[in-house]
Design a protein around this ligand. Sequence first.
Ligand SMILES: *Cc1c(COP(=O)(O)O)cnc(C)c1O
Length: 342
Amino acid sequence: MRDVVRFINPYDPGLFPEDFPDKEVVNLSSNENPYEPSEEVREAYLRAVKYIPRYPKADYARLKKALAEYTGFEVENIAVGCGASELISCICNVLLEELDRVVIPMPSYTLYSIYAMLRSASISFPVFEGYRVDPDVIAEERPKLVFLCSPNNPTGNSLSREIVQKVAESAEYVVLDEAYVEFSDDSKIEMVRDYNNLIVLRSFSKFFGLAGMRVGYAVCSAEIAEAIEKVRLPFGISYPAVETAIAALNSLDYYKKVRDRIVRERERLIEKLKEIEWLEVYPSDANFVLVKANKEGVVEKLAEKGFIVRDASVMGLEGLYIRITVGKREDNDRLIEALREI
Ligand SMILES: *Cc1c(COP(=O)(O)O)cnc(C)c1O
């Protein structure tokens, strides 16, 4: 086995409802969308059942065409993958040679480091004052690849255009992970037109609520998109996944309404959380809220009360940080009650 594999900690997905077989639990840990799929998505899924025995067409031309219309980019600028997760792996595979410098500002999504490590890259994990990315410090590292995330998981804050621009001007390649961007309306995707080293990652898992379907896409230069397409799994996105993703793009009005509900609920949840004196609550542009708990064992105590939240220390935050997904109104209210009882 390769030595590097021994150094990689497995991706930690946190607790899942399946870990509590005898209990009714609410999962506020994985930033899933708590609402039902649109009628159109549901029908597309059922129609796709008869294609289960078949391989999907490996060029995913229909999905890419729908994404081109949705994003305003050309089909050539789009690569698709089995979730944004597969694209992170593909990007590392096509860009990184051994010991290439990779910068991952912390705290951030843990998957970047796993795939960069597998390429035997030389990775630095700078932690900035107030977790605000400092592009000048990144530039000093002369990076081959920088992973940025906006809104950032787990802090929930967005990067400014200026910061992304500065990083794009100093690094050879930049990934800008916009898995949560639809909750913020602050996308930098148009910058791909000016920076051919910028790769914007998107996912169907959060805003479109298709986490179980596994569909993601990258918007980038035609050259990078073509390279990613060469190395991704040929049939990684299943037929039902393709059909539900296209149907989701066709029911945008529904998902925008769902989004508005989540955003309103997020602000309400933040206000309620602030009333709990042992919590420090951070603002969020995503569908989750980061809190610092000035009390031990909160994750475990909430689990006993039927709520799974994410311990954010695994994502590079030192201390008792917890990431809470914005749930449905009644679940958020019950969560607040459970927190008050602790
Ligand atoms: C959830 C998430 C993804 C991955 O999404 P998939 O499309 O489900 O693989 C990527 N990046 C960040 C920051 C995420 O939180």
